[in-house]
Design a protein around this ligand. Structure first.
Ligand SMILES: Nc1nc2c(c(=O)[nH]1)N[C@H]1C(S)=C(S)[C@@H](COP(=O)(O)O)O[C@H]1N2
Ligand SMILES: [Mo]
Length: 378
């Protein structure tokens, strides 16, 4: 029988508060950007009823920017988080494990923070590859745990505020107690951590920042790969719609003056063009040239009131993204199209043939493909 627990001894000089503070503030910035852009994404994708009509449809690249930042800051956070955990992990073996109620609560809050942070970057990273090896639904759980990270991080910063202040800069008073010979090592560690975060960012950010798309060594997507030069998340085959027959296709517009159009009638309406990106929540974005009928024109034909909201229903019979709704800001935007053509050619089946929605400043999940029905909501 063991008589006593001997905690391990850590001799390395970089498991100290100064290093933890330096890495921690980089990680804090990455998490703050990730949290704010995540909230924006959540509101854009699941607007609360009171906000649904006021979501802005401009700038057209707004969601592309915020979601690109969300995925980039989340990916950059991975090496930062690993380095931070390495710096502080000797504290796991603190002895005695609980000195007081206050100490126990503090350790519990750190446990919640670490577990929630690891969970967020892990599920987020797998989501960018569309791999969901868990029994729960990604979006609501990723969203809920983000609040857990934010709350426990604010608590952590509040508890550690004195230490953070003491170690904030080289001239902070608390740093004087550290052996000066650790300085170069700490600078090397920080340089390596920043280089690692930079490397994973540069090799993945091209999936949404297309000028650097040729550097996307580690990204699951290349923005050019896909039919008509645009990635595809759910193919027509996967959605079970196949190739929809042009003769049998009908668009139904339900409103005060409901009507139905054939594909030829739809092609006969005034056609408009727009340069708009698909900005997928999974982190890829690509701009494309769309041609089709303005949704506002269809709404006018249906006698929709000026502030009407619209529900867009796909011919796909099952799947989480077969229906989307938009507030009047998006519905009456002249760039919001029921697109029939992409990059100068008829839509490929995988891009929603014969008609798909394209709207400015919205998540890709709401750009409904294979549209069969528009409903005017009052
Ligand atoms: N009916 C339907 N529309 C859909 C989807 C879907 O699964 N079903 N996927 C959405 C998602 S997640 C994205 S990112 C875009 C992708 O559009 P693309 O395949 O034309 O690039 O389509 C959206 N429209
Ligand atoms: Mo998407």
């Amino acid at each position: 029988m063991r008589s006593r627990f001997f905690p391990p001894v850590f001799k390395g000089g970089l498991h100290d508060a100064r290093t933890a503070t330096s890495i921690g503030r980089l990680l804090g910035v990455a998490f703050a950007v990730c949290f704010v852009t995540g909230l924006i994404s959540h509101v854009m994708q699941h607007p609360p009823a009171w906000a649904a009509d006021d979501l802005p449809s401009r700038p057209v690249w707004g969601y592309r920017l915020t979601q690109g930042l969300h995925v980039a800051s989340g990916i950059a956070a991975i090496p930062l988080l690993l380095a931070k955990l390495w710096t502080v992990y000797p504290r796991l073996f603190a002895w005695p494990p609980m000195r007081s109620v206050r100490h126990a609560l503090e350790r519990l809050s750190v446990a919640v923070l670490v577990a929630a942070a690891v969970f967020e970057v892990f599920t987020g990273l797998l989501n960018t590859t569309q791999w969901y090896p868990w029994p729960f639904s990604f979006v609501p759980v990723h969203y809920a745990v983000a609040w857990l990270v934010a709350g426990s991080l604010v608590l952590h910063i509040a508890v550690k505020a004195p230490g953070i202040g003491a170690h904030w800069s080289r001239r902070s008073p608390g740093t004087l107690v550290l052996p000066a010979e650790d300085g170069p090592d700490r600078r090397s560690l920080l340089a390596a951590v920043v280089a690692a975060a930079g490397a994973v960012t540069v090799t993945t950010v091209g999936q949404s920042l297309t000028p650097v798309k040729d550097l996307t060594l580690l990204a699951p997507r290349h923005p050019d790969h896909g039919s008509q030069g645009l990635p595809v998340n759910r193919t027509a085959a996967a959605a079970g719609v196949g190739r929809i027959s042009a003769e049998r296709y009908r668009l139904t517009v339900a409103g005060p003056r409901p009507f139905t159009l054939t594909l030829d009638e739809l092609r006969g309406l005034p056609q408009h063009e727009a340069e708009l990106p698909i900005a997928c929540v999974e982190g890829w974005s690509k701009s494309a040239h769309w041609t089709g009928v303005r949704v506002m024109d269809l709404l006018a034909l249906a006698g929709a009131p000026p502030h009407a909201r619209v529900r867009v229903v796909s011919l796909e019979t099952r799947g989480g993204y077969r229906v989307s709704e938009m507030g009047h800001e998006h519905a009456r935007d002249p760039l919001t199209l029921l697109a029939l053509r992409l990059n100068g050619r008829e839509l490929a089946p995988d891009h929603g043939y014969p008609a798909r929605l394209i709207t400015p400043n919205r998540p890709g999940v709401l750009q409904t493909k294979w549209v069969g029905r528009l409903e005017v909501l009052s």
